[in-house]
Design a binder for this molecule. Sequence first.
Ligand code: HEM
Ligand SMILES: *[C@@H]1O[C@H](CO)[C@@H](O)[C@H](O)[C@H]1NC(C)=O
Ligand SMILES: *[C@@H]1O[C@H](CO)[C@@H](O)[C@H](O)[C@H]1NC(C)=O
Length: 515
Amino acid sequence: MLRLTTALLAMAAVAKTGNEPAPAAQQIVAFKQRTSGPIGIMTTSAGSPIELKDASSTLNSNLIFNEYFMDSLTHIVRERIPERLVHAKAAGAFGYFEVTHDITNICKAKLFSKIGKKTPVAARLSVVIVERGGSDTSRDARGFAIKFYTEDGNFDIVGFSTPMYAYKDPLLFSSFVRAQKRNPATNLIDGNTLWDFLTLQPENLYMFLLVFGDRGVPDGYRHMPGFSIQTYQVVNESGEKHFVRFHFIPDAGIKKLNSKQAQKISGIDPDYATRDLYNAIGKGKFPSWSVSIQILTLDDVKNAKFDVFDVTKVLPQDEFPLKPLGRLVLNKNPTNYFAEVEQLAFSPANLVPGILGGPDKLFEARRLAYREAQYYRLGANFNKIPINCPIQNHVLAYNRDGRPPVKDNGKDTPNYYPNTFNGPVPYKDENRVDLIEIYQDAPNNFDQARELYMNEMTKGERSRLVDNILYSLGGAIEELQDRAVKIFTIIHPDLGYRISQGLKVNRTSYYRDDE
Ligand code: HEM
Ligand SMILES: *[C@@H]1O[C@H](CO)[C@@H](O)[C@H](O)[C@H]1NC(C)=O
Ligand SMILES: *[C@@H]1O[C@H](CO)[C@@H](O)[C@H](O)[C@H]1NC(C)=O
């Protein structure tokens, strides 16, 4: 009895000394406080008021005549849409981008036109591989997608939490996804398929060194950096070309979780990062990122000793230092997650005058893939869903009809081009510039991987990296373990040696239950 009382008192103390209640836990309470009594008479989807008897019980009544019952049952079975193939689990928020430094000498895009200019943004921060209900603290890269609602329509940076990507040939995308997703027979994540793919396409391992290192589990999204990875061609008013990579560094500092912490949190709160972001914004502690760019001239591109458009490599900062550009601030939570975050449609193809995108094959493939994915999961008119509509300018596309939503469907304006009847006309760019054409060599990023292992990771992180690799590779068959050791040895003999030694001791399985 005494013990129980003490426990209750302890709980009360926690509740009292805890700061204000968490906004995420109070959302529905806050709604009640904002309203004085029910907000109206409930209706069917068609707007017909519902009578108390129909809303109370169906027992001993004729179901078909209960329009509340019919409407809600037939609707709920249609309420799920396909989740994103990748990046299904995410948090979303809104805010603005503010220019702090002038870059009009290299880029004419209106969103960068003057210092102090603010552009509204939508952000979606995601885990790549897990499904929509998966854990926010699973070991993975993270998506860092920002939609800028500019005066020239939407510009999307669809980036990652790592400054490099896994492979440069987009032909590998489907296999890369399948090798990491569930095995078609067991429906389990499969160490063999992952390590088979990684060792057959070893350029992947540079990014995976970060994923298996400390950066593989960020401590929430507020402490996570973002990178465009892709090198974008930009042009200025005079039509001069430059090339940039975007970096977003969290003002609150980069923080990470180790595997033990991550696994523990996974069991307690798989929505850890989503809750953390919502609560921070709800309390007015707005997360922000300093935005900078690495700038290359056309000569830099020509003279570089490697393909500067290769997404499996970083652009060395001693050669191409970060130049400050602006600040990204997230200060508004979604009001409705499905409407504003699930339906968000990002695409590298969403570009604006002054920003031409990348000349590489991966960028070209991405221009197709995202649009295709969104036609599939959101339908033909995904760009007419309010959250995907530009805010600062008017859409005057010639597209019409299709599965709803169609908004005003272009009203009575001409629906073909060219026309004689005052339909919208294209603008003319006096200094028109095309994307440059490039030749891309085969991937080889072992030097950068070696540099990361030797000079950028601390001694402690190298040990955790080895542990984390062993945890995953230990579940793969011997043939794959041997192949992996060979490649890790090429990256660095010390890494190869430690993994081979670890495997000798640990040739047991974490994922397999057959030994
Ligand atoms: C630099 C390399 C890449 C980066 C940084 C990247 C990043 C992202 C991000 C952040 C998302 C989630 C967007 C959101 O929050 O809605 C995403 C989704 C997606 N990505 Fe990528 N990705 C890359 C390469 C690729 C490639 C090569 C392909 C295929 C050719 C691809 C296909 C997709 C698809 C189909 C989706 C789902 C889109 C949707 O359903 O809305 N990605 N990617
Ligand atoms: C565009 O870039 C070129 C080369 O750097 C420069 O000479 C020119 O002044 C720039 N134009 C504008 C409008 O900034
Ligand atoms: C064996 O695996 C465990 C779990 O990853 C790790 O803590 C341990 O250090 C490994 N042993 C060796 C010798 O690497």
